[in-house]
Design a protein around this ligand. Structure first.
Ligand SMILES: C[S@@+](CC[C@H](N)C(=O)[O-])C[C@H]1O[C@@H](n2cnc3c(N)ncnc32)[C@H](O)[C@@H]1O
Length: 200
């Protein structure tokens, strides 16, 4: 049997991200995960947050069979079957609303237009008091960029000129266009940030 794809980074960062979610979230709710990739986050969070129903999605339909296989193996009753969802196709093709929209490590590995789409799509599917949690590396005015992130940015742009680390101020501007505001900025291991947005 072919082993399921495994992201070493997701294995590492799922622990500190879960700690943040446990602080941020009420005991129950519904979550929409954007760009779920291998599904490692979906499984970890659904297991640790049994009051939450988790809907994983990804824009790459080729990623979905492995995601579904991982979810089926874990047998968590609170994970819905993964669905294809390209953030740029608005309105999003999932029934909502959701108390949480979660998106890790997509904005720097996709064109900049996905940021506006993420914000607009979220605004159309978030409950009034819902939260958008975005995780990944960002550039910040007045904060020296870690050498690792400078090198990462260069390697991303070499792979695809449309990719690259995003400026937090630009992300917040796109959020504001969609009626969302940054509520919390939390430093995370390995020079990442966890950003929490809510309705403005
Ligand atoms: C680096 S992986 C991150 C996967 C996972 N969230 C994680 O942190 O391990 C980037 C993911 O973004 C997805 N993606 C890229 N563009 C997208 C889009 N327009 N809509 C939805 N997902 C997209 C890719 O298919 C891929 O699964």
């Amino acid at each position: 049997m072919t082993p399921l794809p495994l992201s070493a980074a997701a294995e590492r960062n799922k622990h500190p991200i879960l700690e943040q979610l446990q602080q941020l979230l009420p005991p129950q709710g519904t979550a929409l995960e954007i760009a779920a990739g291998t599904g490692q986050h979906a499984l970890w969070f659904a297991d640790a947050l049994p009051g939450w129903v988790w809907q994983p999605t990804d824009g790459d339909s080729a990623a979905l069979p492995a995601l579904a296989a991982r979810a089926a193996k874990a047998r968590h009753a609170n994970i819905r079957p993964p669905r294809p969802l390209d953030v740029q196709v608005l309105p999003w093709s999932v029934d909502g609303p959701f108390d949480l929209v979660f998106c890790a490590n997509m904005l720097h590995i996709s064109p900049w237009t996905t940021c506006s789409a993420l914000m607009q799509g979220t605004a159309g599917r978030l409950t009034p008091r819902g939260q958008l949690v975005v995780y990944g590396p960002f550039l910040e005015e007045g904060v020296p960029t870690a050498p690792g992130n400078v090198a990462f940015d260069e390697s991303l742009r070499a792979r695809d000129p449309a990719w690259g680390l995003r400026r937090l101020a630009d992300v917040c501007r796109e959020a504001a266009e969609a009626g969302l505001a940054l509520r919390s900025r939390r430093p995370m291991p390995a020079n990442n940030l966890l950003l929490v947005f809510g309705r403005g």
